[in-house]
Design a protein around this ligand. Structure first.
Ligand code: OXD
Ligand code: MN
Length: 591
């Protein structure tokens, strides 16, 4: 008798009408076959799906060029569709589930004619973890099938795990004809279903990632008492040999991946990577907060990645891979058949094709690599991978860092007075925009907990959920805000960032373990300058002081803006957040 998964797949096949159905087993041989097919049989426009790159310098690496209109997440076309609009909140686009399904059915009918429908059984989280989820995605493009194999734990074992259960997570994906007018990413949280048509871009097409592990999972977390967060997970070994685990939330393209695998500027400190994008946080048997990485790969921004900014990522990409590594929309050095992007080490190669495959030279004034060009690479290839990565229980979290890109105002690091104050830090978080999402670059956007594009329900209720979680965790992590992007009067960054960020993390650890005091300001606790390890640091003493400066006049407009933003959630904003706002406003007034 057909299993629930088989029945569901047959139902999809009746709608999409593919020429064949291929069930992926997640094996290495299969990934090779899919890549071969992508190099020979499938195309997007004029381009093959995959092009083999220089295997000597970039083992198992392939280039993928997307449809030119399909280069980033499209938030305007992303909908969360619970039964009631109020459940989705002002932070999400919403349609009734009935309307959304009718639209998607229309767009999906016959959309795989002449194509293969790939069936991908995969886990988010380690298969033995009590927190992991078994999922099935269908797709009509080998690029997505291979990417999912890198980014998740894919294999036949998932089918055994689901067995006769009806409750697996469902993902329906078709690239359609890439028409942006017919592109929609729909979420049905009540059914654990994502339905995405018209885009092959990672955030829209690898449905285990943003769509399930953040939007749908955050909804599940609300119902079940856990948190699905847009966070790095890392361990930091201090000079005493003690490893402390932290998570950090930052909006897209704010250096989150660099932080996750930072090469420490302080030789007695070492960083171990567990994840760079998605943390699932559950209260463990001992009442502490435990984090697992829902993913098994990195889907990182290529431009700016270099031996200076992130040497461990360059090592990850160039390492001898077990899994394939995919480069999407980077430029190509035609002399050496190597990938290239702005910011990579060395000089600009002489003969380059841009991300769309056209001859390129610096005089053209355009970027050779698409600014949101990406790499997809296995975490198992990462030299700093923590030995706890595969621990099904996850790691206990001692600190949560909330970061962002703010040229003024926000100190390099600030500790919250308590959990609720920390949740307020998260609620008022903002960042200047980058190229990771379609839209204007460089404007301030409030992005609470870096979850605005990813929270699958009303964000006011999300703040309430965070406040409530604090009451349930017996030893809650300390909460900090961080901003490595403050500039001086001349617009120059005052903090070197990258490997020097370990100095900030060291202070965080010192606070967690009660080793140093702090200076109280109206916005929270900041370091005493002498407690920041400045051995070998190239920052003038005056700038160091300025990095922790609180300027009351700058906070007037900021407070107004925060109020306007929070008011948008109306009665959903918890009392504790309003109170923290009032307290901050009165401390600023008195200062
Ligand atoms: C990502 C994002 O791709 O946040 O991780 O946009
Ligand atoms: Mn992200």
């Amino acid at each position: 008798m057909a299993t629930p998964v088989e029945k569901w797949v047959e139902e999809q096949a009746r709608l999409f009408e593919p020429k064949s159905i291929y069930w992926c087993d997640g094996s290495e041989g299969e990934a090779r076959r899919l890549i071969e097919m992508g190099m020979r049989e499938e195309k997007i426009g004029a381009h093959d799906i995959f092009r083999e790159l220089n295997q000597k310098n970039w083992p198992k690496s392939y280039l993928h060029r997307s449809h030119p209109t399909d280069v980033a997440r499209t938030e305007k076309l992303t909908f969360v569709c619970p039964s009631e609009k109020d459940q989705a909140g002002p932070n999400n686009n919403w349609m009734t589930p009935k309307e959304a399904k009718a639209l998607m059915t229309k767009l999906s009918r016959g959309a795989m004619r002449g194509k293969t429908m790939y069936v991908l059984p995969y886990m988010m989280g380690h298969p033995d973890s009590p927190y992991a989820r078994a999922c099935i995605q269908i797709t009509d493009v080998s690029y997505v099938a291979v990417s999912m194999r890198v980014m998740t734990r894919m294999g036949k074992h998932v089918l055994d795990k689901i067995g006769s259960r009806e409750t697996f997570v469902k993902g329906i994906h078709s690239v359609g004809d890439f028409d942006p007018e017919k592109r929609f990413i729909m979420h049905f949280p009540e059914e654990g279903l994502v339905w995405s048509v018209g885009s092959g871009y990672g955030g829209n097409a690898l449905l285990g990632k943003k769509c399930f592990a953040l939007r749908i999972a955050s909804w599940l977390g609300l119902k079940q008492g856990w948190l699905a967060e847009h966070m790095v997970i890392m361990g930091i070994e201090d000079l005493h040999g003690q490893v402390t685990y932290i998570t950090a939330a930052m909006p897209s393209a704010c250096g989150k991946t660099n932080l996750a695998m930072l090469e420490s500027a302080l030789p007695e400190y070492k960083v171990y990577t567990i994840g760079d994008d998605i943390a699932w946080l559950n209260i463990g048997p001992d009442g502490r907060l435990y984090a697992i990485n829902a993913e098994a790969g990195f889907f990182g921004v290529a431009p700016g990645t270099s031996m200076k900014s992130n040497p461990n990522m360059v090592r990850t990409l160039k390492g001898s891979n077990f899994y394939p590594t995919l480069f999407t929309n980077v430029a190509l050095n035609t002399d050496t058949n190597e990938p290239w992007w702005e910011g990579l080490d060395g000089s600009v190669p002489e003969h380059l094709l841009d991300w769309q495959g056209n001859p390129w030279s610096p005089s053209m004034g355009t970027k050779a690599a698409q600014p949101n060009s990406r790499f997809t690479v296995s975490l198992y290839n990462c030299p700093t991978l923590s030995k706890e990565f595969d621990n099904p229980q996850g790691v206990p979290i001692s600190a949560i860092i909330l970061g962002g890109r703010r040229s003024r105002l926000i100190p390099l690091v600030t500790e919250a007075f308590n959990w609720d104050h920390g949740v307020f830090f998260g609620a008022r978080m903002g960042s200047e925009t980058t190229a990771a999402a379609a839209g204007k670059v460089g404007v301030l956007r409030r992005d609470p907990f870096a979850m605005l594009p990813f929270c699958g329900y009303n964000m006011g209720d999300y703040f309430r959920h965070w406040i409530n979680m604090g009451k349930l965790i017996s030893r809650p992590p300390k909460i900090f805000s961080m901003n490595a992007f403050r500039v001086d009067e001349n617009g120059k960054f005052m903090w070197p960032g990258f490997g020097d960020n370990i100095r900030v993390l060291k202070w965080v650890l010192d606070r967690v373990h009660g080793r140093v005091g702090a200076r109280e300001t109206p916005i929270g606790l900041v370091p005493k300058v002498e407690d920041i390890n400045s051995y070998g640091l190239d920052v003038p003493a005056d700038d160091l002081k300025k990095l922790f400066e609180f300027k009351p006049d700058e906070w007037g407009p900021e407070l107004e803006d925060i109020k306007k933003f929070l008011d948008g959630f109306g009665r959903h904003i918890p009392y504790e957040i309003r109170q923290n706002y009032e307290d901050l406003a009165s401390r600023v007034r008195r200062s």
